[in-house]
Design a protein around this ligand. Structure first.
Ligand code: AMP
Length: 426
């Protein structure tokens, strides 16, 4: 038997109803903040992620699904391609490629699968789904303003509340800008020098190539050492400090609670200034339901114009997991309003005609088969969860009135064809 590949999974009904509920709530909320949808390709040039996300990140160094294009044209042969591990780099590439700033498009959202070769476990998959948004644009459009950061965070709080996810926690930090990063990296290297020998091999490498990434380390034995390291918050320059203070002030005034976490640096290199994560207690080890931050230099590092931005990615798998704790997917599933039971030869065509009429009135119709005995039709209708069963037999067709039975109450009435839509909707 061929099974789904490790780390991938089928999303089945009734759970798909929960996924749709999450996605439509996200679309509704994003619309209220004037975000528009973008869909970028599922694979891109490997270079986009190497440059965008950062060579030294876990994602790029260990987790990407990368292959060499066999190519039809000579120019394609040997090109390195990668299944997208995240969507911000793709959105910013598209922003640059289509000069979206010329169209005033500076608030974009996406929903779709991402791919990382991580060790699969509950809440962590190799194909997973993210719902994300990016507010990006020329600084002249206000894209650098702390008001954008606060707006995006407040939008997230609104969405989580709308979804009924209680007990989320917003963890907030500022990772400063390139200015601060140089001084901080120097201080980190100095602090790491005497202790790095006792740390894991990843940290030993990070200490040399990109010391900030030491904060991504999950090895328990390294944590007490990491706790003693200097924090980026001590190195923010005046502008970054003021920016962060303004974000916090707006959040406080609009009533979005947060906690400061100066260890939070996020596992992607493009972040500057505001960095954040929302966590949810009920999820156990994989408790991060979404993460994001500001990425003021990303567009330039991908060859575009200066375009400060801030965005986030929600782990849709984890949102659905936390909803499963409280609500039942079953109750969200669409059930047929009516099951049409054709009775006897030639009745399939009559039932199909009637089904077509009813569906045009937005009635959900499930259709049986003329070879079914009445008992089997009743059983099938009940199993499908239909509200009504409608008998389509020769006598009914002649009279142009049909026996409509409420499967819950057992009540049966004969209803003229023209009255059926109203009667069923009742
Ligand atoms: P990141 O792009 O790493 O900032 O991740 C943003 C969010 O995506 C995380 O907070 C998780 O909720 C979710 N996420 C990241 N990686 C995975 C994965 N392998 N499986 C499921 N969800 C994930």
């Amino acid at each position: 038997m061929i099974k789904a590949v490790r780390g991938t999974r089928d999303l089945l009904p009734p759970d798909t109803a929960l996924w749709n509920f999450v996605e439509s709530a996200a679309r509704d909320v994003f619309r209220a903040y004037n975000f528009q949808e973008i869909r970028t390709p599922i694979f891109e040039s490997t270079e986009l992620f190497a440059r965008g996300v950062g060579e030294e990140t876990d994602i790029v160094s260990k987790e990407m699904f990368t292959w060499e294009d066999r190519g039809r044209a000579e120019s394609e042969k040997g090109n390195s391609l990668t299944l997208r591990p995240e969507n911000t780099a793709g959105v910013v590439r598209a922003y640059i490629e289509h000069k979206l700033w010329d169209h005033g498009l500076n608030k974009l959202y996406y929903i779709g699968p991402q791919f990382r070769r991580e060790r699969p476990q509950k809440g962590r998959y190799r194909q997973f789904y993210q719902i994300g948004a990016e507010a990006i644009g020329p600084a002249s459009a206000g894209s650098e303003s702390p008001a954008r950061d606060a707006e995006v965070l407040e939008m997230l709080a609104t969405l989580l509340d709308r979804l009924g996810i209680a007990g989320w926690n917003l963890e907030l930090n500022s990772v400063g800008c390139l200015n601060d990063r140089a001084a901080f990296n120097d201080a980190l290297r100095k602090a790491l020098e005497p202790v790095v020998g006792k740390m894991c091999t990843d940290c030993q490498r990070r200490a040399v190539t990109n010391p900030l990434r030491v904060f991504d380390c999950k090895v328990p034995a390294d944590q007490p050492i990491i706790d003693t390291l200097p924090r980026i918050s001590q190195f923010l320059d005046e502008a970054c400090h003021t920016h962060f203070e303004a974000v916090k002030e707006i959040l406080t005034k609009v009533g979005v609670p947060f906690t400061l976490n100066d260890r939070l640096v996020r596992g992607l290199d493009y972040y500057t200034r505001t960095a954040f994560e929302f966590t949810h207690g009920a999820l156990g080890a994989q408790n991060a339901i979404l993460g994001g931050g500001r990425y003021d230099g990303l567009s330039e590092s991908l060859g575009g114009p200066a375009a400060p931005g801030i965005g986030f990615a929600i782990g849709e798998d984890r949102i659905v997991m936390s909803l499963q704790e409280s609500s039942t997917a079953e109750s969200m599933l669409t059930k047929p309003d009516v099951y049409l039971a054709p009775l006897g030869a030639g009745m399939n065509a009559q039932a199909a005609r009637l089904a077509r009429e009813l569906r045009r009135h937005d009635i959900v119709v499930d259709l049986g088969d003329e070879t079914f005995r009445l008992k089997k039709s009743f059983e099938t209708a009940t199993k499908a969860g239909a509200k009504y069963i409608l008998i389509v037999g020769e006598n009914e067709v002649k009279a142009d009135a049909f026996a409509l039975k409420n499967l819950a109450t057992g009540e049966q009435v004969s209803v003229p064809r023209a009255d059926l839509p109203n009667k069923i909707r009742e």
